[in-house]
Design a binder for this molecule. Structure first.
Ligand SMILES: NC(=O)c1ccc[n+]([C@@H]2O[C@H](COP(=O)([O-])OP(=O)(O)OC[C@H]3O[C@@H](n4cnc5c(N)ncnc54)[C@H](OP(=O)(O)O)[C@@H]3O)[C@@H](O)[C@H]2O)c1
Length: 323
């Protein structure tokens, strides 16, 4: 089977596609024939050695897949060969096959195809965790989503809309803003050209209730200033690079709250609670209350280019590798 291999942490150009032995499931494991592997911003950071998790090399990147069960190890029940499943692999997803513990397999809802399913876990779980565990969202509240055309941004727009929120999408290009509108954004702000604080206050009639910030940099302070009384500013990431330093008086004013979000860390500390979160997500997807964007599809050999495109901002929306 073919797999994308990262021989050592460093420039993405170093990635290679290798032919490897077919995988055999151990006890409690299942082999999944990967139909699509979700590509996330963080995958590129990991391969470059710029993320807090530094795996031993060589390794196969790719943290989430959708596919079909092709082999079942001893002691596994509840799954059959051919079942359509989603799995969080951690590593090993950018390949024709992935081996995963049966306990981490999730039956794939019929409402999505393999490509959509392969992009659900990381970004949608992060956002559902943000809007239901780290803060709550009441119907009718305004949510300002930064980087709304990216992976987290599209998921935030979709989830916030499903929870009854009214989304203002902020992004850099018309294409990204249009993508956010397609998953539910009610209004848009081209934040490289327009005044983010002024426009967000205008659109929301005084200020937004929640900010979802996975971008960081210069937009963070403007977004915090755009929140109204009791506003919640959720810090998810720093895709633009710089981590904003924000004067704390802005938190005092208007009784605002800054909310840190570390979904990945929480999954290790509270795996059972994460199972419940995934269950809620699958219920929302299965009942068609969420409408995941259809990702752009690439070949395994394009893994480095796609990860590079997410990091240099040239690839927008969701992306998957189709082995
Ligand atoms: N806290 C958590 O638990 C958690 C979980 C998953 C991911 N994350 C983090 O969330 C961040 C976003 O992840 P993602 O998967 O949504 O990434 P993505 O799909 O690449 O989207 C990131 C967005 O950031 C914006 N951006 C602004 N300046 C940028 C720059 N200089 N370079 C790249 N992007 C820039 C881009 O939108 P515009 O072009 O419109 O500005 C882009 O669409 C990452 O930092 C990731 O590590 C955090």
């Amino acid at each position: 089977m073919r797999a994308v291999v990262c021989p050592e942490l460093g420039p993405l150009e170093g990635l290679v596609v290798e032919e490897r032995e077919s995988l055999v499931p151990g006890e409690g494991q299942v082999v999944v024939d990967v139909r699509a592997a979700g590509v996330n911003f963080v995958d590129g950071l990991i391969c470059q050695g710029k993320y807090q998790i530094k795996p031993p090399t060589p390794f196969v990147p790719g943290s989430e897949v959708a596919g079909q069960v092709s082999a079942i190890g001893a002691g596994v029940s509840g799954f059959e060969v051919g079942d359509r499943v989603i799995a969080f692999t951690g590593f090993g997803g950018f390949a024709e096959q992935a081996v995963v513990p049966a306990l981490s397999l999730i039956p794939m809802p019929d409402t999505v195809d393999f490509a959509q399913a392969a992009t659900l876990l990381q970004s949608y779980c992060t956002v559902l965790f943000t809007l239901t565990r780290r803060t709550t969202l009441s119907p009718g509240e305004w949510v300002l989503v930064l980087g709304a055309g990216g992976g987290i941004g599209l998921a935030a727009t979709d989830v916030a809309t499903a929870l009854g929120g009214r989304v203002i999408a902020a992004a850099s290009t018309p294409d990204k803003l249009e993508a956010a509108r397609a998953v539910g954004a009610e209004a848009t702000i081209a934040y490289e050209e327009e005044d983010l604080k002024v426009r967000a206050r205008e659109i929301s009639g005084g200020g937004v209730d929640v900010v979802v910030d996975s971008v960081g940099g210069r937009h963070s302070e403007a977004a915090l200033r755009a929140t109204r009384q009791f506003g919640r500013f959720c810090v998810l990431g720093f895709a633009s690079g710089p981590i904003a330093s924000i004067p704390l008086n802005l938190v005092l004013l208007n009784n605002r709250t800054v909310v840190g979000v570390d979904w990945g860390g929480w999954t290790f500390q509270d795996p059972m609670d994460n199972r419940a979160l995934i269950g809620e997500l699958m219920e929302l997807v299965g009942s068609a209350r969420l409408h995941p964007a259809h990702p752009a599809e690439y070949r395994l050999s394009e893994a480095a280019a796609v990860m590079g495109g997410l990091i240099d901002r040239s690839v927008g929306g969701k992306a998957v590798l189709v082995p």
